[in-house]
Ligand binder design. Structure first.
Ligand code: F6R
Length: 317
């Protein structure tokens, strides 16, 4: 898991063979739905955040079945590493039926079969890892798809990848102490991760997922504007969760003064040559933190028995 986490820059550099064949069309789609669950679906959150500055609205879709408004003017990007996720397959089937433009990103599975049978584009991700460890492949491919369809640049791949390579070397050496120092306060506490802008909000969801799946702890994610409108009233009695606040700003928001629940917020600030590089640096640190916490708790990060059991019972779609 550790090795895969550190392969984020190489994964982002990967260009899926089908990309070059992806037809760009005469006009950009009206909207793009990014369907996917868990470690595959989180890419849609990053796409949505980046789409705020672009010309193609992106809607992450973690549901079984497409919305009724989906039409032939829309594009459905179905992201499922295994290709066998019930919710994503249901949305894909609806998308095909409604005549939306459909593109898949997967290693294959039933999603691959469906797209191949319908002669629809499938962008292959390399096989052999857990879906959550393929985040860089899935995000990088999704970004390239949206760029091709919308005809705009959403990120600076070379600069971002270079910055992440440097961060990987740092975190493999002396920088690891900064990760290790965070492990103790996270042990045996519920955790909440706050994002402070659309990109760090996407990273907060990734943090939460990795803490859940790798460290097997209860964690949730929210955003700072929302905190101020509801959770703030819940602070106080009981065991307060440990807060982690992800930010790109130099001046962190004064959460402890406002919440006054005795918790010291852990602030993690992303830095880098561009906002996506800074946020993906936070993602990398979160991935390593989840593995360090798993080690501290004496749990094996790889197996996800409960997720698999739930999927076997067919209760997800
Ligand atoms: C497992 C993981 C899960 C899966 C999710 C959907 O490593 O990250 O969150 O991503 O169960 O499965 P896929 O990604 O195969 O569509």
């Amino acid at each position: 898991m550790w090795r895969w986490a550190l392969s984020l820059p190489e994964q982002l550099a990967y260009e899926s063979p089908g990309l070059a064949r992806l037809r760009t069309g005469d006009r950009i789609p009206q909207r793009l739905i990014a369907a996917g669950m868990g470690g595959s679906g989180v890419s849609g959150k990053f796409l949505e955040a980046l789409s705020h500055g672009g010309n193609l609205p992106v809607i992450p879709w973690p549901w079984a079945g497409a919305p009724r408004w989906l039409s032939k003017d829309d594009t459905l990007l179905a992201i499922s590493y295994s290709g066998n996720t019930a919710e994503t397959l249901a949305t894909l089937r609806d998308g095909i039926e409604r005549g939306a433009r459909v593109i898949g990103i997967s290693t294959g599975g039933r999603l691959g079969d469906l797209l191949t049978n319908e002669k629809l584009p499938l962008l292959k991700a390399p096989e052999g890892m857990p879906p959550r460890s393929a985040f860089g492949f899935l995000l990088g491919t999704s970004l390239r798809v949206v760029e091709r369809l919308a005809g705009v640049k959403l990120w600076e791949p070379a600069e971002t990848i270079e910055a992440l390579k440097m961060l990987c070397s740092e975190l493999c050496g002396e920088g690891y102490a900064s990760i290790n120092a965070l492990v103790r306060p996270l042990k045996n506490r519920p955790l909440v991760i706050y994002g402070t802008d659309p990109l760090t909000a996407a990273a907060a969801i990734r943090f939460k997922q990795q803490l859940n799946e790798n460290a097997k702890v209860f964690a949730w994610a929210n955003t700072l504007p929302e905190l101020a409108h509801n959770e703030i009233e819940g602070a106080g009695p009981g065991i307060p969760p440990q807060r982690i606040c992800l930010t790109l700003a130099e001046e962190p928001p004064p959460l402890d003064e406002v919440l006054r629940d005795g918790v010291q917020t852990i602030y993690l600030r992303g830095t880098g040559p561009n906002p996506l590089a800074a946020v993906l640096g936070l993602v990398l640190r979160g991935d390593l933190l989840s593995l360090a916490l798993a080690k501290e708790r004496g749990v094996e990060p790889g197996p996800i028995e409960r997720i698999e059991d739930f999927k076997k019972r067919g209760r997800t779609g």
